[in-house]
Ligand binder design. Sequence first.
Ligand code: TYM
Length: 335
Amino acid sequence: MEEKQYPKPKTMFSAIQPSGTITLGNYLGALRHWINLQKEYFCIFALADLHTITVRQEPLKMRKNVLEAYALLIACGIDLDKCIFFIQSHVKAHSELAWILNCYAQFGELARMTQFKDKSQNHKDNINAGLFSYPCLMAADILLYKSDFIPIGADQKQHVELTRNIAERFNGIYGEVFSIPEPYIAKTGAKIMSLQDPSKKMSKSDKNKNAWISILDNKDAIIKKFGRAITDSEAIVRSREGKDGINNLISIYSCATGKNLDEIEEEFSGKGYGTFKAAVAEAVWSHIEHIQNRFKEIIDDKPYLEKCYRENAEKASYLAENTLKKVKKKIGFII
Ligand code: TYM
């Protein structure tokens, strides 16, 4: 009998920096897609701890943050029976390929990265070389696993485009070594904005704690933060140009409930911002309440977490070393 050929599932790769908490922006822009896509794709996810040291970290706090982020992502729904989820610094091939890719990226293209420009503005006292070559490490993360799709928020698109350029340049010299990845950016929630300055993206590095929601915030804090969110004086729940505050709340509500713009406008027609903000808070809470409960169950089980991250680093290393070996051979290293 002829053997049936099944198409190989596509590979998804993504990562998050485990620096402090995880925000509603991370969750709606990226993590919820990671969780959904596990059913369809071969998914590989990482905690990008090597990326975090481009900004100075306090050692004890860093260890705590990484472990908490590992537990939190499992609590969000990463299924370790279906995908690989590891800590970046445990897989040595990332640093090694990053160095190699540094030699295939141009100064000019790295200097054009908006994140580099923003971060060097915000950390003027520490504009280190790592901050500059950060996209090469990100390219290494992606290319080591021959990733087809990269689920990310809009702010990371430029880095994935640069990864494609580096991969194409490399393949142009040595033949088809790398797969060319596509960014996967959802239509809603790709850029969740600050609740206090809706012209800026929501970010945990914002000093104003009212500007962002942590997925570990309690219900009271969530209600208060949405209650204080900056909107406008028109008090009409309708998406329109120039009203960044209300547009942001509408897209958060849409992501959290799955309702579209027309449904939302109809639901809140004739109701003020107070009612709407309370509904947004409730919808967000209903999403994250179970994540917090699950997080509390696993964060204290250190042996379980250690077993998971060690086993997953081994699986990732196997795949990564394979690609790295091919790359080194092509370049001319004795392997
Ligand atoms: P990071 O840790 O800043 O963010 C993790 C993911 O969350 C998305 N995100 C947002 N989405 C919508 N609205 C927001 N306000 C918001 N803030 C963050 C980000 O776009 C990202 O998808 N360099 C990456 C981590 C990384 C990576 C990779 C990602 C390292 N290697 C390889 C993809 C592939 C970063 O700092 O993401």
